[in-house]
Design a binder for this molecule. Structure first.
Ligand SMILES: Nc1ncnc2c1ncn2[C@@H]1O[C@H](COP(=O)(O)OP(=O)(O)OP(=O)(O)O)[C@@H](O)[C@H]1O
Length: 281
């Protein structure tokens, strides 16, 4: 089966910033997080995905349809939550719901009511008068009940308080329950990555660094404290500091250390933040 989202050599120049060529495929049943430094091009890539900006080259297909092919029927299968909602400020939550809900065949009113109660969102206040966190909550309440196949969220937890972040994660996990859905999100929150993401697509300076399966990535790096540090390079060695060694190939490192009769005093997996920092350095 072809991937639900196929990005091939997508390129876009914005002033002096060059995005791409970016290549990425996203399968059904997965949550993929776009991760990268500020200004690395994550939001620009999402705009290309939604055909809100035109590509300079390459191709993007969603559910088999080219996004810039004129026929935008694929948009009925996708929900996009941008960092800032444009044109919503003058409307109350009730008005926005009455505008949005009829557009989606699978609109789930029970889920909408549940999110409104969970986050205690005032539906009679204009969107522009809500706090940034409350705006983000209302945006989610108007996004998840659409029950589209694909959900794209640009920094959905950036303004949420700690308890709300946890509630958001639970909501998203429930939302993913049917296997035939896919989520793409951008985030700078390590907790979002740890708890939600199946895959991380790392970006740096407009380029895709790579697509990584999160669990495999976490298992690929280990830090060791040794009784002595060998003089020469250790297989898998990424860096060393005194008798501390970081490996990007723990199996090879451990085999070598055992063969050298060196003792491991302690070892631990690297934190996801540390791994991402290493890959984006
Ligand atoms: N509307 C715009 N006008 C001018 N330049 C823009 C615009 N939008 C994006 N850019 C440029 O594109 C580059 C990528 O920005 P983008 O917002 O895609 O990055 P990002 O990875 O989403 O960043 P952040 O993590 O800070 O949200 C930036 O360097 C910026 O200069």
């Amino acid at each position: 089966m072809p991937a639900w989202i196929e990005i091939k050599d997508a390129r876009k120049k914005v002033d002096d910033f060059q995005l791409g060529p970016v290549n990425l495929e996203i399968e059904a049943g997965t949550i993929t997080a776009l991760v990268g430094n500020n200004g690395s091009g994550k939001s620009t890539l999402l705009k290309l995905l939604m055909n809100l900006a035109s590509m300079d080259g390459g191709a993007i297909r969603i559910l088999g349809k080219p996004v810039d092919g004129g026929d935008e029927s694929w948009k009925r299968h996708i929900t996009f939550q941008p960092q800032k909602q444009v044109g919503w400020n003058a409307y109350t939550g009730n008005e926005l719901k009455n505008l949005i809900a009829p557009l989606y065949l699978k609109w789930d009113d029970k889920l909408f009511e549940h999110i409104i109660r969970l986050f205690d969102i005032p539906l009679d206040k204009r969107f522009g008068k809500l706090s940034p966190g409350m705006q983000q909550k209302l945006s989610l309440a108007l996004a998840l009940p659409r029950k589209t196949d694909i959900l794209i969220l640009d920094e959905p937890t950036a303004s949420l308080d700690i308890p709300s972040k946890k509630q958001f994660m639970d909501l998203l996990v429930d939302w993913m329950e049917p296997e035939d859905r896919a989520v793409v999100l951008t985030t700078h929150q390590a907790d979002d990555l740890r708890k939600l993401a199946d895959y991380l697509f790392l970006m740096q300076d407009g380029q895709g660094v790579g697509l990584y399966e999160k669990d495999r990535l976490v298992a690929s790096y280990r830090r060791y404290w040794l009784t002595e540090m060998p003089d020469g390079a250790v297989p898998g060695e990424l860096s060393r500091d005194g008798r501390q060694l970081i490996s990007e190939n723990p199996d090879a490192t451990e085999q070598f250390i055992v063969a050298q009769n060196i003792q491991v005093l302690d070892d631990q997996a690297l934190e996801l933040e540390d791994i991402i920092s290493l890959l984006l350095k």
